[in-house]
Design a protein around this ligand. Structure first.
Ligand code: ATP
Ligand code: MG
Length: 357
């Protein structure tokens, strides 16, 4: 039987669903149970769950198989229409912020403001008359579909947040050795269907974007170049090692195919770095921002040698990390690897611990 306060963090991805149950320890957090299941084919598109019933049943079954009992879920919204950025607002008190947030946000949020959930939090002052507000918005249908999915799995949703906040919490913010409150980091989650890039300066989100190119783009590239079945293309991709491209030897034909696509992703990453520089230069011409590092996570980041390859191209430190690289995150055993693809679910499972602290 589930304890009435028991909850799970659920990462509802386009290819995989991951469920984490965690518990607080003296030193941090322990991942107690993990369940993973393939997302039923074609049930999620650009973050939107098209068949909540079917995805909900998959979650229910995965939890049953992993002996996870819970009443509540903490989930996140993802997809190209999710908006996160710190923006300038006129100075106002909390009550006024609550009342005018949708109006102010409509100047920034690209989608329909009526069809979006919008949240804002003051994260600092900008001179005499303005304040810095972290604005987060997600389409209502994306959020509501995910809530309906959890309900179909027999879970009540306690919190809905944005995926990148969970990733940041699990990998960087809670790891004191990363000193995230005084560093500038780029956090890149490479999933199956999209890659999200967040630029976080001294703990403040300067930029967040989602690009429709990720692990499956590379598999599809191999599939069509060599006329392969999906499983063979996937296995072929996992056997590649991008560090071979850095040693000066000749590249194998599959590496050549994949490198062309990865170079496109790197161009987008460079654009994000340039954006940060121009933003900061515009606000203060003497200010240039050094990027302290880029961290890769998500299943797509498991591609061998990817971090070394991106590092060589961008000239900044690039590291693939998982939740178990964070010294405050421990486990009972049985989970192999560093948890590169567990950041979203673990960060979500950690969320209620903050309010209980
Ligand atoms: N060992 C590996 N080497 C290379 N790629 C891998 C490896 N393991 C998984 N992947 C890739 O990771 C991707 C899936 O990542 P992940 O499970 O994080 O996606 P998701 O969260 O379901 O998708 P999204 O974030 O787009 O919603 C797939 O493209 C898969 O091929
Ligand atoms: Mg994902």
């Amino acid at each position: 039987m589930a304890n009435k306060n028991s909850y799970v963090g659920i990462d509802i991805g386009h290819m995989n669903i991951r469920i984490v149950q965690a518990e607080k320890t003296a030193a941090g957090v322990r991942v107690a149970k993990v369940a993973e299941t393939a997302t039923p084919v074609d049930t999620i598109r650009d973050g939107l769950v098209r068949d909540p019933e079917q995805v909900g049943l998959a979650i229910k079954q995965a939890m049953k198989d992993a002996h996870i009992h819970a009443h509540y879920a903490v989930i996140a919204a993802s997809g190209g229409a999710v908006f996160v950025r710190s923006v300038p607002f006129p100075k106002m008190n909390t009550q006024m912020l609550r009342e005018s947030i949708r109006f102010e946000a409509s100047r920034y949020v690209p989608g329909s403001i009526e069809e979006s959930y919008v949240e804002g939090e003051v994260v600092g002052n900008l001179g005499e008359s303005q304040m810095n507000v972290l604005l987060a918005a997600a389409p209502k249908d994306v959020v509501d579909g995910r809530i309906a999915t959890c309900n179909a799995a027999g879970l009540d949703v306690k919190v809905v947040e944005i995926e990148t906040f969970a990733t940041y919490r699990a990998l960087l913010e809670s790891d004191t050795s990363k000193q995230a409150s005084s560093k500038t980091y780029i956090l890149v989650d490479i999933g199956a269907s999209s890659t999200t890039v967040s630029v976080i300066e001294s703990g403040i989100y300067v930029m967040h974007r989602s690009m429709p190119t990720a692990g499956n783009t590379w598999t599809d590239g191999l599939k069509s170049a060599f006329k392969l079945e999906s499983v063979d293309a996937e296995a072929g991709k996992r056997a590649l090692d991008l560090s071979e491209c850095l040693t000066g030897g000749s590249e194998s034909p599959p590496l050549k195919v994949i490198i062309t696509q990865i170079d496109e992703l790197i161009r987008e990453l460079r654009r994000s770095m340039n954006y940060l520089q121009t933003q900061n230069h515009a606000s203060d011409s003497s200010r240039s921002t050094e990027i302290d590092g880029m961290y890769l996570c998500g299943g797509g980041a498991k591609l061998k040698g990817l971090d070394q390859y991106i590092q060589a191209k961008l000239g900044i430190p690039v590291t693939t990390i998982g939740v178990f690289d964070n010294p405050i995150v421990t486990q009972f055993g049985g989970i192999t690897g560093s948890g590169v693809d567990l950041a979203v679910a673990t960060g979500l499972a950690m969320r209620p611990m903050l309010s209980a602290a």
